[in-house]
Design a protein around this ligand. Structure first.
Ligand code: 8Z2
Ligand code: NDP
Length: 261
């Protein structure tokens, strides 16, 4: 397994967590996916360390919240590079440096993480535009790079550490998000990883050019119908080392204290 991100200390933490659970060879690579030369070097390094890349999860991404009219050209480009161009560069290098030379010999896949951007992504329009582009890139690659399977996974609101990176006004919104989702709760990281493991497995060997939504039916909510029944289904909470983001701990504490009053 090769873990890639910008900050080595984050990667060290994840490596230690995985190693505390199972025995697997792990290499760590510090790389900003927006830097084309660095991406080329990183994929080459991974191939030296492991000799192959059977499955790529293009997960790196993120954005800052802003209404469209306040986004500068540089800010828009930064987010597009983070969520579209960077993922393309990584996928292209994995394909050119390895997968292209192995076509037909084994099952290989690329999965691009996008987001719930259906019908627009208000407050994060630069990211929505990039993610929609990533979906279209995945569809083209599923054709041009077959038999490598290329799919997208579109998470909705997932209680991840990423939620703690937002400023206070956004945190107020995040604390109310569960009420906007038919399943009446946020998703867990483990519920995204379930789909990723499936897509990397032989059970998904005829799935390519698809997108799996993991969003509790959020985009299916309609103005003419109440959202959900007030009841949530049980979550698939399989990450025994997974944490609850601070903003969600705060939400739960505030709700418990309101109930107590
Ligand atoms: C609402 C919906 C509710 C709905 C609520 C929904 C919440 C959950 C949905 C989604 C969840 C997730 O994705 S969770 C994942 C969240 N995790 C992350 O976002 C982490 C990754 N993000 C990042 O690294 C950064 O945000 C990102 C901007 C993309 C890249 O950062 P960099 O350090 O490389 O870039 P910088 O050098 O800081 O900035 C480059 C330029 O970008 C612009 N810029 C950067 N940060 C900015 C900021 N806070 N405000 C304005 N502009 C900014 C400026 O123009 C900067 O230029 P200068 O002005 O010259 O400096
Ligand atoms: N949580 C949610 O509700 C949703 C999340 N998503 C997307 O799912 C993915 C995972 O998100 P989540 O775990 O929540 O967020 P986190 O912010 O916790 O994780 C994002 C990861 O991407 C890495 N990363 C970000 N930018 C770069 C870059 N330029 N180069 C290399 N690595 C980078 C970060 O590592 P480092 O900082 O070390 O570089 C970090 O490990 C992201 O693409 C996110 O936007 C989509 C929809 C909803």
């Amino acid at each position: 397994m090769a873990l890639v991100g910008r900050k080595m200390e984050k990667l060290e933490t994840v490596k230690a967590e995985i190693e505390s659970t199972c025995s697997v060879k792990i290499s760590l690579h510090s790389c900003d996916i927006r830097e084309e030369d660095r991406v080329k070097e990183t994929i080459a390094d991974i191939l030296v360390a492991h000799g192959k890349i059977d499955h790529l999860i293009n997960n790196a991404g993120g954005q800052f919240p802003s209404p469209l009219n306040m986004i500068s050209g540089k800010g828009f480009e930064t987010v597009v590079r983070n969520n579209l161009t960077g993922g393309f560069l990584v996928a292209r290098e994995v394909f050119n440096q390895h997968m292209m030379l192995q076509l037909g010999k084994k099952d290989m896949s690329i999965t691009n993480i996008i987001a719930d951007m259906w019908n627009g992504m208000p407050g994060m329009g630069h990211s929505g535009a990039a993610r929609a582009g990533m979906l279209n890139f995945s569809e083209t690659a599923a054709n041009e790079w077959a038999p490598v399977r290329v799919n997208a996974v579109a998470p909705g609101f997932i209680a991840s550490s990423g939620m703690d990176t937002y400023p206070e006004p956004m945190k107020q919104t995040i604390m109310q998000l569960d009420k906007t989702i038919p399943l009446q709760r946020l998703g867990l990281e483990a519920e995204v990883s379930g789909a990723l493991v499936f897509l990397c497995s032989p059970a998904a060997s005829f799935i390519s050019g698809s997108c799996i939504r993991i969003d509790g039916a959020a985009p299916n909510a309609r103005r003419i119908w109440p959202v959900g029944t007030g009841k949530a289904n049980p979550a698939f909470n399989s990450f025994h080392l997974g944490g609850v983001p601070e903003v969600i701990q705060r939400r739960d504490a505030e709700r418990a204290s309101k109930k107590g009053n």
